[in-house]
Design a protein around this ligand. Sequence first.
Ligand code: ARG
Length: 405
Amino acid sequence: MTEKEKVVLAYSGGLDTSICIKWLMDEHNLDVIAVIGEVGQEHEGLEAIRQKALRTGAIEAYVVDMREEFVNEYLTDAIRANALYENKYPLLSALSRPVISKHLVRIAHEHGAKYIAHGCTGKGNDQVRFETSVWLLDPSIKIIAPVREWPFKTRPEEIEWAAEHGVEVPVTNAKPYSIDDNLWGRAIECGVLEDPWNEPPEDIYTMTGSPEAAPDKPEYVEIGFDGGIPVSLDGKDMSYIDIIYKLNEIAGRNGYGRLDMIENRLVGVKSRECYEQPAALALITAHKALEDMCLEREVLHYKLGIEQKWAEVVYYGQWFAPLKMALDGFINATQEHVTGTVRVKFYKGNCTVVGRRSDYSVYDYALATYDKEDSFDHEASAGFIELFALPAKTWAQNRQLNADK
Ligand code: ARG
């Protein structure tokens, strides 16, 4: 008997990716290696999921703890870029796909597998991110997306096929939402959320309490940054990953970090998405406040455009592409002295910056003050405005001359 070809599957333990295992075996005649990425998602034990993959027929199954790498190689870039897609969404899924893809490719190489498979639908962004990331790392790998090719339209159809083919169906009633989560937050879509007029029900959220029920007393936190990366909380040195865990807790209990938006997917569809990203949004808010203080004006202004492009490129799945690296070149050059402390106040769904300080501050009290210490040259302004306004003034003069024509 000749050995079968191998496929490495991004496995979550849910119904779709469980059916994927059997589908790849039966319809593609492949040996399946399942990979479960630990990226800080909610779960009730990844070892149990690994066992389930093996029971379903995978020849090998791995749990890979990607958390440190995710934080120290991906969320570092994200915070320095103040990454917000469409100026709102801090990109949680778009950030985890490349790190998962990297491990899929590594494991494919280790096993001599020619194929990589994922359980994404044909309508979302995640398929684009997995496939683009994999191809940027190894363009010779072939992709299989069973969910895109199988005929099932509804969950009951999937369950029927699963039962006929000996695939375990989760006993709990499936949640009426599609959820993706990791350390950077949680994305919730589908179900009643598909009507954009419906207010998100309280039960979609697990990382954040409701702002209405949040404590009546504000909670203050001091976030320290070094070179644009979070390094301390309330004066205590902490790793970036611990800061994220801790801030998810603090911001979450104060009802901060929820988003409800209509978003433009790469595949052309507008979708209604709800997110909760307490630590991510708090850190970006604080980081921006420190940049306001430390970056020279022209760099700050130019960076705003670069940030928007960065978020779009990453949202589009181009993490390993040359444009992303080139944009990082600019961003990293701005961050060396984004070092200092920002004080934020959480209160009933808000995160407000209430203080900032830095040895690299370009805020100059003597220039800014209206008090007697004022060192600003007021007289210099007259000549400055004359030249600055010259083009506009010349235009206005011309229009005045022609007013009667
Ligand atoms: N719309 C978000 C994005 O594209 C979240 C995707 C969440 N994925 C999921 N399978 N529910 O980044």
